[in-house]
Design a protein around this ligand. Structure first.
Ligand code: FAD
Length: 572
């Protein structure tokens, strides 16, 4: 009996130490739903008990059922003929198992049949599903579509779609990318036009690389304002699968084979506007994508967890020179590095989800609550700002980490890792997409750098640094705070240079430097709660120092030779 929750001490530690009391109270609106719905918790102890119980159920489904099917799903994948996508029977079974467990509307309100769980707990499920089958997460994770309708749709749209999402009757897709516009979504061209007589909207054009484009319900980014060419001319629409919406092909991909990635053609597809005109990209899709960025971070960590465990097991069993290979420093260095990076990314992920949950909770309170105080408004503003910088920092860290861990897992397997007979190569292929979709790492840097320069993390950094550390942990905290002082210096240097090209060139280093500091402090906080975690915190910080210094030297060098000489070097 495998259980991907109960066998993961780090995940269980995270749930029990995340301090979700404020989040749960906001989500349950003071636990007022307990009188109306059987499953709604009456207090925080009840809520935490619910979270643990459902995570255990999902952990068992992932370990016992989904993971054993994953190799076949990867090898055979979905089928496409005559415009119809048919998922592999084992993928269908996986989805049925998750539907029966009642986890297709994890974050949706009780009144729509959802569990009303916070993002933090949902993300733990995404991790476990991804550890079992990276590609299945791409279908399971489309719950974000329902969440977006819940945030921005009309009451009528919510009534129409959300119960179907919660029961698993409806699935969704997020149709943003076009052949000519991927990172540059503000230039999207798919046209939305309105029949003046009936008021009915129609969609015309192409989308590509759409995950699960065979879905029943689509959220579509389209140009509703004729004559515009930027993000302010875009609106978000809901449309349903219909004969005018044609799946032209499914892609032949490197990884995540279990899910269909489609090219879609819209031939006057009837659609309804979701939210207000012109807010499609700047508000709704940004919210949708930020939610998905958190989920992809969970996917990356789940895949990395699987790769790490596979490598650790192999290294303990594989004998060379009459020893198991995990006794060689070169191998245990890699294994320890994998574990430290994985734990670091998880710490940042759940700090991010907690902030996102608080942002969502206070936003709901401010927009719909009675007797909203100035303090509530200030908190909403604060968490909104911090979520905006932590989300891309987290996605960049988690997805780059997953690639590195999956790469090292193959290395530890030696030639065996290159063979299809073992899982390591699949984890490597599946990890590769995580730092591309929902915005590449380069675009996460673009999203995070403003908050790093504005020092949006400093309140939390000071909070974490002022915890009551003693002994070694206090010394490590001082080490991290020395890096922080240098980070302020580096940020000032770049800001004062007032050179946009230099700013952009150094942005990734600055974001990574910020991440070393922030995550170092999170790991120290966790080590204070649980002594066993001190070794990981220490390793992370000691490894971070030279990495930080290397970047610091580059950022504060003022060296513009690459900007000046790039054409000579790249040799166009
Ligand atoms: C398997 C898969 C599933 C997907 N699922 C979906 C989906 O469900 N819905 C959807 O809408 N889309 C989906 N996508 C699309 C995905 O989000 C895009 O591929 C991704 O955002 C990158 O866009 P692009 O491929 O057009 O690359 P480009 O935007 O052309 O980028 C190419 C390179 O240029 C870099 N670059 C571009 N702009 C900048 C900049 N300003 N600064 C620095 N570097 C830059 C990028 O980092 C990248 O390295 C999926 C893609 C794949 C492969």
């Amino acid at each position: 009996m495998a259980n991907f929750f109960k066998d993961n001490a780090d995940l269980m530690f995270t749930l029990n130490n995340l301090e979700l009391a404020e989040v749960a109270k906001l989500k349950e609106e003071g636990y007022k739903f307990a009188q109306e719905f059987d499953n709604a918790p009456a207090d925080f102890a009840d809520a935490l008990d619910n979270y643990n119980r459902v995570l255990e159920v999902v952990g068992e489904i992932c370990g016992d059922r989904i993971e054993p099917r994953s190799r076949t799903v990867d090898a055979e994948g979905p089928h496409f003929a005559d415009g119809v996508v048919t998922y592999h029977p084992l993928t269908v079974q996986n989805l049925n198992d998750l539907k029966q467990a009642g986890v297709m509307g994890v974050m949706l309100d009780h009144k729509f049949g959802g569990l009303n769980f916070p993002v933090s707990v949902y993300t733990m499920m995404t991790e476990m599903v991804s550890r079992a089958d990276g590609s299945l997460q791409n279908i399971f994770g489309l719950q974000d579509i329902a969440e977006t309708i819940n945030f921005f749709g009309s009451d009528e749209q919510k009534e129409k779609y959300l119960p179907g999402f919660a029961s698993g009757e409806y699935d969704g897709s997020m149709d943003l990318t076009e052949p000519d516009f991927g990172s540059d979504l503000q230039s999207v061209r798919l046209r939305a036009w309105q029949d003046e007589k009936t008021g009915q909207w129609y969609l015309n054009g192409m989308k590509r690389f759409i995950t699960n484009g065979c879905a029943k319900v689509h959220l579509v980014l389209a140009r509703s304002e004729e004559g515009t060419s930027d993000g302010r001319g875009l609106s978000m629409f809901i449309c349903e699968a219909c004969p005018q919406l044609v799946v032209r092909r499914i892609e032949n991909k490197l990884g995540i084979h279990g899910v269909a990635t489609t090219e879609l053609q819209y031939n006057d597809v009837p659609a309804v506007l979701c939210g207000k005109r012109r807010f499609g990209l700047i508000k709704y899709v940004m919210s949708l994508m930020n939610g998905a960025r958190v989920a992809i971070s969970g996917q990356a960590i789940g895949i990395a967890e699987a790769a790490y465990r596979e490598a650790r097991k192999y290294a303990a069993e594989r004998m060379q020179f009459k020893k198991s290979i995990d006794q060689f420093p070169a191998i245990y260095d890699m294994l320890a590095g994998m574990k430290v990076k994985l734990t670091a990314a998880r710490a940042l992920l759940y700090e991010t989800t907690r902030v996102v949950d608080l942002r969502n909770g206070y936003t709901h309170l401010v927009e719909h609550g009675e007797n909203v105080s100035a303090d509530d408004r200030a908190k909403q503003k604060y968490y909104n700002k911090v979520a905006a910088v932590l989300t891309p920092m987290c996605k960049a860290l988690a997805t780059e980490m997953a690639n590195q861990v999956a790469y090292d897992a193959i290395q530890i397997h030696g030639g065996t890792g290159f063979m299809k007979d073992f899982n390591a190569e699949r984890f490597y292929r599946d990890a590769r997409i995580t730092n591309i979709y929902e915005g590449t790492t380069q675009l996460q840097v673009v999203a995070a750098i403003g908050g790093v320069i504005q020092r949006d993390n400093d309140v939390r950094i000071q909070e974490l640094a002022s915890l009551d550390y003693t002994g070694k942990l206090a010394r490590l905290r001082d080490t991290v705070m020395k890096l922080h002082a240098r980070q302020l210096e580096a940020v000032k240097f770049v800001a004062e240079k007032k050179d946009p090209a230099y700013h952009d060139l150094m942005a990734r280093s600055l974001v990574e430097m910020e991440t070393y500091i922030f995550v170092g402090l999170l790991l120290l906080r966790d080590a204070m709660k649980c002594e066993d975690r001190a070794a990981i915190a220490e390793r992370f910080i000691l490894d971070a120092v030279p990495e930080f210094e290397k970047r610091f030297m580059r950022v504060t060098s003022g060296d513009v030779t690459l900007i000046d000489n790039k054409r000579d070097i790249i040799d166009y």
